[in-house]
Design a protein around this ligand. Structure first.
Ligand SMILES: [Zn+2]
Length: 85
């Protein structure tokens, strides 16, 4: 992956990766890319585990919604909390 991608190209790449069934490796790469360019993942950031980079699905995670917060518990044990809008 080139490091000379523009922000526009990176955003396209993010969309592409999350529109398919992204692998842990894909997510790891994207994460590295956005952090190097200071780009926000926005709505995609709660679609995967920040610890093991697995894309959340009904097989590997549990979702709880409580008091305006969405809690996602990954099978790796990582707990992610997001404020609901
Ligand atoms: Zn995980």
């Amino acid at each position: 992956m080139k490091s000379t991608l523009s922000k526009q190209e990176i955003n396209e790449k993010i969309k592409e990766v999350f529109s398919k069934n992204a692998s842990r490796e894909d997510i790891r790469k994207i994460k590295k890319l956005v952090s190097s360019k200071n780009i926000k993942l926005k709505e995609y950031k709660n679609k995967f585990c920040k610890k093991c980079f697995s894309l959340f699905n009904s097989n590997n995670s549990k979702i709880r919604i409580k008091k305006g917060f969405k809690t996602i518990i990954c099978k790796c044990g990582s707990i992610s909390r997001y404020k609901l809008k």
